[in-house]
Structures are given as structure tokens and as C-alpha cells.
Design a protein around this ligand. Sequence first.
Ligand SMILES: Nc1ncnc2c1ncn2[C@@H]1O[C@H](COP(=O)(O)OP(=O)(O)OP(=O)(O)O)[C@@H](O)[C@H]1O
Ligand SMILES: [Mg+2]
Length: 495
Amino acid sequence: MKEGKTFEDVLRRSDETYRVLFEKNPYPLWMYDAETLHILAMNAAAMRKYGYAPDEIPRLTFADLYVPEDVPNLLQHASSPHPELVHAGVWRHRQKNGTIIDAEIFSQEILVDGTRARLVLAIDVTERRRAEEALRRSEYLYRTVASNIPSGAVALFDRELRYIVADGAGVLDAAGVPKEAAAGKTIREGLPAETWALLEPLCRAALDGRPASAEVPSRGRTYFVYTLPVPGEVGGISMGMVMAIDITARKGVEDEVRRMNEDLERRVAERTAQLEVAYRHLQALSAHLQSVREQEQARIAQEIHDELGQALTGLKFELSRLAQQLRGLPGGVSEKATALGTVVDETLHDVRRISSELRPAILDDLGLVAALEWHAEEFEKRTGIACTIKAPRQPFEVGPDLRIALFRTCQEALTNVARHARATAARIVLARTRDNVVLEVRDDGAGIPQAALTNVKSLGLLGMRERARAFGGEVAIQSAPGEGTLVRVKIPRRQ
Ligand SMILES: Nc1ncnc2c1ncn2[C@@H]1O[C@H](COP(=O)(O)OP(=O)(O)OP(=O)(O)O)[C@@H](O)[C@H]1O
Ligand SMILES: [Mg+2]
């Protein structure tokens, strides 16, 4: 009896123990009827977690805790016998306020007053699952990024310069180890010494907190390597990240483009040199033709002047004698002879003018200043445009070629004034500076249109420039609409 009492005692105490275990358990616990799913008991943690009050329990079935679409599964689970404690997996549970949580379920078949019932324990794993999901997602993203690095690798390394993880399509090529075997190996192991010599400073920079990058050649390929520090959770740099992208193909293209550029530049230089030579030849040819033409003109001028001039002078003399002899005869023959003499006189005048225009003898006889003065006078007479000249008093001697070149330039400039400028006055200035001979022809006319200055058909202007260039000089033209024109020729004095 004593034993029996003790046994009952134990039994009561054990009931008590189990009741406390059920009631005070921090995890939600239920007992429900396996047939009807009616909840027979529900601990405080379950009521707290699911938001029900004790007086609602009698009306509650276990199915009320599930989302409707899972109830058929629940019924199946409840009806199958489970003598042992089973881990029933993770289910979606519904709190009273409608919030869905993920509950990991353990259940055990029991008998309560002869009724088949279930004892169920639930652990809320919503947060854990969310964290797992986030981790899976970030893992997935990382894998996607890493495995899509087209021909390179990305890796994390620790402060001992050992791989923590390496990934990417080109790990074996870039790192010299397969990605599965990289973890724990030092970066140095897989690399040629000269590659490591370039890479090590980049890795160390990352561990010192500085991102770094460089082009690193390795085993016949070229990588663009980028390293960056990875801060630890408690501050400081716990590891570094290294990315290596294979840029061999791009480098190849770059090299090819550079080679082509160099080749092109060389050919352009060759062509330019050829053109320069051709231009110098043309210049020489043009100068030669110019001087041939000048000589020819001088010869013709001389002949016209001498031969034609003398013949006409003789004719004029004969005609005036004839007129005298015929004086008094009827028919006015003497007057006719005098009139013919006047025609011959005019012709002689024309012949002299033509001869002078071909080659002013004054240029060779009296020099450039006298020739320009004479030309200015002629110009004024012929055109009615006032033409003044300023030139040094003392003898102004330049070589015969430059003399004729300057004279022709002045002639062309004045012809342009007469033909295009609609000017009232022109002025010629001839001067000598320390280094240059300068000739200026200025007018107060309409100015040269901008287009005419650059027009390749402006052969008069081009001719002036060519003449100047043949003496190492240049022509500057200043002109504005309505403000006249200044043509300025500058020739270095060394000739
Ligand atoms: N002093 C000037 N005032 C105004 N326009 C001028 C003057 N000089 C030249 N021009 C303009 O510049 C153009 C080019 O002159 P350029 O001497 O080269 O050719 P051109 O006189 O027309 O022909 P040519 O070959 O017979 O000399 C002229 O057609 C004219 O429009
Ligand atoms: Mg002209």
C-alpha cells in the first residue's frame, strides 16, 4: 500500500510535471483530437503567439491555424498513425489577426481519455527562413556575377594572402589553380614569380585599405587586375577582394590599331616629304619661268624700242620733210603728210608705252625707286586715282631679281586697285627695316571680299605670294569691307 501510495504520488507528481512542462513551455503546444481536429488544450505560449484567449479554445479546431489550401494535407497527416515523435516539416500557420508565419512542427500521437489525439509543438521559423532566403538570394546573385565574369576571376583573400574563395570562368587560367581547390592556398602558389611581383603590391594595398589596379601580364595573357579592401564586421580590413579580367584580345586590337596608326603616320610623313620636294621643284620651275618670261619681255621691249622706235622716228622725220617739200601744192597734200606725221607720233608714243610696260627700261637704268615713282605717275594719269609714293632717299639697291619681283608685285597690286577697289587714292610705301625689305600698296576702296582671299582662282594674289616665297618672304593682306586694302610684302634682306 505504502508502495502503491508512493507510486500514485509519483504519478501525480509526474502529471504535475508534465502539466507544468506543457503550460510553461516557451514554445506553442497544442493537443487536438485526431479525428475532429478540435483543440483539447493549448498552452500560454501558443495563445500568445497565435493571439487567442482561453475562452476561445472550445470553439477552435487545429485547422483554424492553417491556411485553407493546406488543410487537406493536415487532415491526411492527422489521420495517419504516428506512434513516435515526428518532425512534420514546416507549415504555413495563420495567426488570429491573419498574419501568416512559418512554423516548424513536431507532433506525437497520444491517447487522452481513450481518444486518439495529437500533441503538437510549433517553432516560429519565419525569420530564420527569411534570412535563409536572403542568403540564398545573395549567394545566387554572387554566383551569377562571379560565373559570368567572361574570362577572368574574382576572389576574396585573407591577411595572409590566402584565397578564401575564388570564382569565375577563368580561375584556372588567371590564378593557376582550379576554383574548387583555391580556398586556403596562397595566391602566390599558382602564379609565375614575375606575375606575383606585380600582383602582390596590389593585394597589399587592398589590405592597407586602398583600392588599386593595374594591367598584369601572366603566362602570355594580359589581365586587368583590380583589388579592393573588404572591411571586417568589427572594423579594420579583414580581407581583400581581387578581380582579374582577361583583356588579351582587347590589348591585341589596341596594339594592332597602334601599329596601323604608326604605319599611317609614317606614310603621311613620307607623302608630305614627297609633296614638299614636289612643291620645291614647282617653286623653282615657277621662278625659272618667271625669269625666262622677264628676260623675254626685256628682249622684246628692247627690240620694239630700238627697231620699231627707230623706224618710226625715221618715218616721222621723213614725213615732216615731205610735208615741207609739198607745202603750197594743191589738194592739201602737205597737210595730209603732216597729219600722217601726227599718227606716226602717236604710234611712237604707244610703242614706247608698250615697251615700258613689257619691261620698264627705267627699272634697269635708274633702279626700283625711280621705276616705282614713274609707275605711280603713269597709274595716276591713266586711272585718275591719286597715287603717292614714299621711298627712301638714299640709293635703294636690291638684286635684279628681287627688284623686278617687287616692281611686278606693285604693278599687280595697283592693277587690282584700278580694276576692283573703286578707290580714290592709292599709296605705295617702300621701306627697309633692319631685317626686311617691305613694300606696301594701300588703297581706300571697297576692300577684298573674304572669299576672294582664299579662292584658288585668285591667281593675281597667288602670284604675289609665290614671288615673295621665292625670296623666303611673305605677303600679308589686310582688308575690311569699305575700309580699303593693304597689301604688304616682306622679304628678308639676306638676298
Ligand atoms: N585692292 C582690291 N580691292 C578690292 N578687291 C580686290 C583688290 N585686290 C583684289 N581684289 C579682289 O580679289 C580678287 C582676286 O584678285 P586677283 O588679283 O587674284 O585676281 P583678279 O585681279 O580678279 O584677276 P587677275 O588674275 O587678272 O589678277 C579680285 O577678283 C577682287 O575681287
Ligand atoms: Mg589681279
